[in-house]
Design a protein around this ligand. Structure first.
Ligand code: NAP
Length: 320
């Protein structure tokens, strides 16, 4: 099969399209014929060798695949060949024509969700849902600022928060991104490149502040986030690419919380809730993955460049 292989950590050029043996599903494993693979920012950190999880080399990147079950190993009962599925992790890597996964890592993809959309399910929705439900303990009627609402996690969070009955504020760095944030659920959108936009958000809350902030770039925004919180407000750190100084007093006066998490560390019981919420949302149409760009698998290096360029518009997916 064709697969992207990484033989050494480094820049996008280390992503090479190669012919490698197709994996055979062992007991309890599923072989998925990949129709699309989602590209996530963490794929680039892992490729660089700077991520907390360092795979042994060579490896095929990617956790988020959508496709059709090709074969199942002994003891697999939840899926059968021909089923449409998306993956939450894989054993062999998603940037490939086929990916092996544990049975527990494979979930039903409803007919109305395309394979490209299916490749944008797990990391974006898993992250958005656990951030809002398990970490922010968000409630209907509260307000949320999705700080970076134009990308994979941000659009997913906007859809979910709106369906939950929250007042949703979103930011993006382009008009196109702000339009997308509004289309996907934000009641109001703001330009995070415009001086004074934080004051505009505060004004939009009537001076009360926001209850929840989902932060995509904490090293830039955490200090100003805290000043935007309502009493008992929570900043949830989703993304971070460096260090920042904050004044803890800004949290104290507001009884505020700043909390980080990773999707990888979700507990078994949290995972059950996330899968259920994703399944229901995909079925009833409140969750609709946004695919901004489809590239052929051989262009994985370009995808890794594009995902870090400002001007996000939903997901980038690779098509084998
Ligand atoms: P993405 O699709 O590349 O989107 C990035 C988002 O960040 C865009 O909306 C972008 O807006 C926005 N952004 C850029 N500059 C910003 C700024 N100064 N202030 C606020 N937002 C800004 O990435 P993603 O998949 O949504 O992931 C977002 C971040 O979360 C990444 O750092 C990723 O690694 C992290 N993440 C963490 C977890 C976890 O488990 N904690 C899980 C998934 C993702 P414009 O492009 O419009 O400027």
């Amino acid at each position: 099969m064709k697969a992207i292989q990484v033989h050494q950590f480094g820049g996008p050029e280390v992503l090479q399209l190669q012919e490698i043996p197709t994996p055979r599903p062992g007991p309890g494993q599923v072989l998925v014929g990949v129709r699309a693979a989602g590209v996530n920012p963490y794929d680039t950190y892992m490729r660089n060798g700077t991520y907390a999880i360092k795979p042994s080399l060579p490896y095929t990147p990617g956790s988020d695949a959508a496709g059709v079950v090709e074969a199942v190993g002994e003891g697999v009962t939840r899926v059968k060949p021909g089923d449409r599925v998306y993956t939450t992790r894989t054993i062999s890597g998603a940037y490939a024509e086929f990916a092996s996964a544990l049975e527990s890592q494979v979930h039903t993809l409803p007919e109305k969700i395309s394979f490209a959309e299916g490749a944008g399910v797990w990391v974006p929705y898993g992250t958005a849902i656990t951030a809002l439900i398990h970490h922010a303990h968000a409630r209907s009627g509260e307000s949320v600022l999705i700080h970076g609402a134009s990308g994979g996690v941000g659009t997913a969070a906007a859809q979910f928060a709106r369906a939950l009955g929250m007042t949703v504020f979103g930011t993006a760095g382009t008009q196109k991104g702000m339009d997308l944030a509004k289309k996907e659920g934000a009641h109001q959108a703001f330009d995070h490149g415009k001086p004074g936009y934080a004051e505009e958000i505060m004004k939009a809350t009537g001076g009360r502040g926001v209850d929840v902030i989902l932060e995509m770039l904490a090293n830039v925004n955490l200090s100003s986030n805290i000043k935007l919180l309502a009493t008992n407000g929570r900043v949830i750190i989703v993304g971070n690419r460096g260090e920042i100084t904050i004044n803890p007093r800004d949290l104290m006066g507001r009884r505020g919380t700043a909390r980080g998490f990773t999707l990888w560390a979700a507990t078994e019981s949290e995972l059950v809730e996330i899968y259920a919420a994703i399944g229901a949302g995909l079925e009833n149409g409140t969750l609709r993955p946004i695919v901004g760009k489809e590239l052929p698998l051989r262009d994985a290096a370009k995808a890794h460049v594009d995902i870090l360029v400002p001007g996000a518009h939903g997901k980038i997916v690779l098509v084998p």
